[in-house]
Design a protein around this ligand. Structure first.
Ligand code: NIG
Ligand code: FE
Length: 407
């Protein structure tokens, strides 16, 4: 593979702030290099520096050059929480919600997540892979070069494992969301968990890197979540929890006690939860699109950062509560609704999101040794990314040293 030199960039931007994850004031310490270059060799970044220090001798003879004039470069974005592996859509439900029905009512009536379970089971492994490939393309076009995706729309052995295989095949980081909802063929959550842990976990553990549970009224309670997560931890999976989306149901204390990687959502989190996360290593993954899409309060992002918590941002991309694959939109919401600065928002969906996925040594920074994942923006000021709400400034996406998408 020839080397790739992106030259004459107006700005080269990368989270600074020392070792990951970044917390407190370090979250906003961005390195902005004016008039720079990024040299990729193989799948890695070899050098980053100012143009006036780039010597001809530094440039490999076979290097392909990309003209960065008028453009800025940020690290490939990292989406650490998606449900991108689904079939069908929920456009009808969207219309019902617009007419006043609530997300929780639709879920209780057997729609919502279970409607997508029905469509996903019916799609077959090939149909599912095709749907994920389409969604993957949408994410790439918005600058996402690393994505996590969860199962949780199969809720049976065959479809859960098919989801995890499809996610891995698409280059995603697979999370087993075996405890997303109770499927209709089971009388209750405990009966479902008995079977899922006995029949699915042993194989899911070979495919997934983490396990996740929807801890919420109408889904799984704290003791069921504990049982599920302890079984998953015992076979080496990292732990994540959908917590405090609608109610504070004990997700944060459970995550702290079990040493979970993250708690995600937190729209209903109060001051005690903020304090607990500030003193722990559990990351708070905030999903402002889900709050916006469902008309929920925004999570207490500013308070979490100020309390010293590890904060990351993600899309929650899914057909029901957040049909949006765009991390630039998430960054806009972070700056306009969550009280974060553009620099904090960028770090939260690059290096800190990479930390949530156990990859902060490899992705999320433009630094020598990191994966050559680079997003070129057709704007000389990188802050257009969050500033231009719904703007489309992602011009070129480089993954592992190769151009994989161009506008
Ligand atoms: O993170 N809240 C639970 N799970 C997803 C939504 C899934 C769906 O509605 O299909 C979420 O918002
Ligand atoms: Fe989610």
């Amino acid at each position: 593979m020839p080397a790739l030199l992106v030259r004459d960039l107006e700005q080269v931007v990368s989270p600074a702030g020392g070792p990951a994850p970044l917390r407190g004031p370090a979250l906003g310490e961005l390195g902005v290099l004016e008039h720079g270059y990024v040299l990729c060799e193989g799948e890695r970044i070899a050098r980053v520096g100012p143009m006036d220090e780039l010597e001809a001798a530094d440039i490999p003879a076979d290097a392909v050059e990309l003209d960065g004039r008028g453009a800025s470069a940020v690290p490939g974005l990292v989406d650490c929480h998606t449900h991108a592996c689904f079939a069908g859509d929920r456009a009808e439900e969207f219309a019902l919600r617009a007419g006043g029905a609530s997300y929780e009512e639709l879920h209780a009536a057997g729609g919502g997540i279970l409607a997508t379970v029905h469509a996903t089971r019916a799609a077959g492994e090939t149909g599912l892979a095709r749907a994920l490939e389409r969604h993957r393309g949408w994410m790439l076009a918005h600058g996402t070069t690393t994505f996590e995706a969860k199962s949780g729309y199969g809720l049976d052995r065959e479809t859960e494992l098919a989801q995890l295989r499809a996610i891995a095949a698409a280059g995603g980081v697979p999370t087993w969301l075996g405890a997303h909802a109770v499927p209709p063929e089971f009388p209750d959550a405990d009966a479902y968990l008995d079977e899922a842990l006995r029949e699915v976990l042993p194989d899911a553990a070979k495919l997934a890197e983490a396990a996740d549970v929807f801890l919420e009224r109408g889904a799984f309670d704290a003791s069921q979540a504990r049982r599920y997560l302890e079984a998953c931890a015992a076979v080496g999976l990292a732990l994540r929890i959908h917590a405090d989306q609608f109610t504070e149901a004990g997700g944060i204390p459970l995550a702290v006690e079990l040493g979970a990687r993250s708690v995600d959502h937190l729209e209903a989190t109060g001051p005690d939860g903020v304090r607990a996360l500030g003193q722990s290593n559990v990351a708070a993954v905030l999903l402002p699109v889900a709050a916006l899409f469902l008309g929920r309060p925004m999570p207490p992002a500013r308070a979490l950062v100020d309390a010293g918590a590890v904060v990351a941002l993600a899309t929650d991309f899914n057909p029901g509560s957040a049909f949006c694959e765009s991390l630039p939109v998430v960054m806009s919401l972070a700056c306009t609704q969550l009280g974060l600065t553009p620099a904090e928002a960028l770090a939260a969906c690059t290096i800190n999101a990479a930390h949530v996925l156990g990859r902060s040594d490899r992705v999320g920074r433009l630094e020598p040794g990191y994966s050559a994942d680079v997003v070129l923006l057709d704007a000389s000021d990188w802050r257009y990314l969050p500033y231009h709400l719904g703007g489309e400034h992602v011009a070129v996406v480089v993954k592992e040293g190769q151009v994989v998408w161009e506008r």
